[in-house]
Design a protein around this ligand. Structure first.
Ligand code: ADP
Ligand code: MG
Length: 237
């Protein structure tokens, strides 16, 4: 126990919540599939970053998480890798449709970056990723969503549009990521986020990442996450 505390401190990790698993030191420790390990090796990611080392065992155990760490700390893989595992764990239900993993990000640039990162890791298990954001034809996006996907990466406004057009259903969604939550609030997306969360089953796993935790984001986190573990890396938060 003392060792774990020392190890966290050396990485600048602070945690709160009950029964928080110890951080992993290598990707091997995460128990990923051979295919996923190959995809990680292809990215030349030698070992998990601090946020990844602590977030991976928490998220892989099924817990909700609030992850606070600055830009460039590797948050994307911290939520994308467990999302792949989560999807592979689902029983095949032929009649079910719609994404299992839903990622909301504040801007199209960020959504696109996450989309590219998710595709790198999804490919090895033939998991389909769709991007949903402004600046693309709504009709093309509608058609792509109708064709089906397991992961959708979206800006909140365009995702609401697609839900209204019935391009997708959230009935199968069980893994929700709110990335850069503070920026989504700055951009006025709180109502859209609340609407999206309200359309996803309450027994979902929810992950919230942010560089800062303003009071409004804190309030949302309290309302939409269940017994989350809070992980802070570095001087932020
Ligand atoms: P954040 O979302 O925290 O700003 P990103 O997920 O965008 O950070 O990652 C920042 C950069 O670090 C990206 O170029 C990504 O490919 C790289 N990266 C992520 N994880 C690792 C890792 N374990 N080892 C080396 N590079 C990594
Ligand atoms: Mg990011």
């Amino acid at each position: 126990e003392q060792d774990v505390a020392e190890y966290r401190k050396s990485l600048g990790i602070r945690v709160s919540g009950f029964d928080v698993p110890r951080p992993i030191k290598t990707f091997e420790d995460a128990g990923f599939s051979v295919e996923l390990m190959k995809a990680i090796a292809k990215q030349a990611y030698e070992k998990p970053t601090a946020i990844q080392g602590q977030a991976l065992p928490i998220v892989l155990s099924g817990r909700d998480i609030i992850g606070i760490a600055k830009t460039g700390s590797g948050k994307t893989a911290a939520f994308v890798l467990p999302m792949i595992v989560h999807i592979m764990d689902q029983p095949e239900l032929e009649k079910e449709e719609g994404p299992i993993g839903v990622i909301c990000a504040p801007t199209r640039e960020l959504a696109h970056q996450i989309y590219l990162e998710a595709k790198k890791f999804a490919k090895c298990h033939s998991i389909r990723v769709s991007a949903v954001y402004g600046g693309m034809s709504k009709l093309d996006q509608f058609k792509e969503l109708k064709a089906g996907c397991e992961i959708v990466v979206a800006t909140p406004g365009r995702l609401i549009d697609m839900l209204k057009m019935k391009a997708l259903t959230m009935s199968r969604a069980t893994y929700l990521v709110l990335d850069e939550a503070d920026r989504m609030f700055d951009l006025g997306f709180e109502p859209q986020i609340r609407s999206i969360v309200g359309q996803i089953r309450p027994d979902r796993q929810t992950l919230l990442f942010s560089a800062t935790m303003p009071r409004k984001v804190e309030k949302l986190a309290r309302e939409v996450l269940s017994d989350p573990v809070r992980v802070t890396v570095g001087e932020v938060g």
